[in-house]
Ligand binder design. Structure first.
Ligand code: GLP
Length: 261
């Protein structure tokens, strides 16, 4: 995988937004896989700014969701569907018709998982999948020891992830759903380009294990090592435990500009 170390979250957002803009110039109806959490917000802000400035036309873009809580009432503001509509779909000037995601309130959740997995394939596959990373190394909601071949399915959150996400539920652990739907690791690996962004010191251990550790299901993000086009963008704090940081800096500094991300 390629590791790109940038000074801060704003620079990361601009770099990845530019990669998304370049994709949309090549393929206007690209299927963009988006992630929730705080980390990708600078990307969405930078991409919306490019659209507002007329630097890129996103009017034909399609947006696919990575994961979802199970059991929140439809329209709950912290459902990932509502979050992605608010943070990505609306700011890009798209309508809900451009959006696809798993149905976390379905009566038959397992069937909803399988339907979403198939829908991604029928839509032609994800062109660029954005990923954040949990402090325990999860991607989407694939918690440690998820099968590296897994498909979209129901998962149970770890205590760590429940605690990490309680901030979106007024800090009340009891309000955080225990179950989720997530694209599986096998599903995620089918996207044509994976871009994982991690910022802040709290992600440094997970980033080091992802990039320099062995491929192991106990660190789900390490599966990116199996993908032919995976880019890991980190700020200095998140890069602070990488032994090969200087090599990654040297490689990126000497990369021909036309190669992009
Ligand atoms: C949740 C999401 C992940 C996200 C993670 C990290 O668990 N399911 O997709 O990467 O949070 O969030 P943050 O970027 O806020 O640290």
């Amino acid at each position: 995988m390629e590791v790109v170390i940038v000074p801060d979250a704003k620079a990361a957002g601009e770099l990845i937004a530019e990669a998304m803009a370049q994709l949309l110039r090549r393929k206007p109806d690209a299927l963009l896989g988006v992630a929730t959490g705080s980390t990708p917000l600078p990307i969405y802000e930078a991409l919306a700014a490019q659209v507002d400035a007329g630097a890129v036309d996103a009017s034909k873009a399609r947006i696919a969701q990575l994961d979802e809580y199970v059991g929140l009432p439809t329209g709950h503001p912290e459902s990932y569907r509502a979050t992605v509509l608010r943070q990505v779909v609306d700011p890009l000037g798209l309508s809900e018709a451009a959006f696809m995601g798993p149905d976390g309130s379905a009566a038959d959740v397992q069937a909803a998982c399988e339907a979403y997995d198939s829908a991604l394939v029928e839509a032609g596959g994800v062109d660029l999948q954005l990923l954040g990373i949990g402090t325990d190394g999860h991607i989407g909601f694939n918690e440690p020891c998820s099968s590296l071949a897994s498909r979209t399915r129901i998962k149970t959150l770890t205590e760590q992830t429940i605690a990490d996400n309680a901030r979106f539920f007024d800090g009340d652990l009891s309000q955080v759903p225990r179950h989720v739907i997530t694209q599986g690791i096998g599903t995620i690996l089918e996207a044509r380009h994976l871009v994982l962004l991690a910022t802040g010191e709290g992600k440094a251990d997970a980033v080091a294990a992802t990039v320099e550790g062995p491929v192991a299901s106990v660190v789900p993000a390490s599966a990116l090592q199996l993908h032919p086009h995976a880019t890991v963008v980190v700020d200095e704090a998140a890069a602070s435990k990488l032994k090969l940081a200087d090599y990654f800096r040297h490689t990126y500094a000497n990369k021909p500009e036309w190669q992009g991300l």
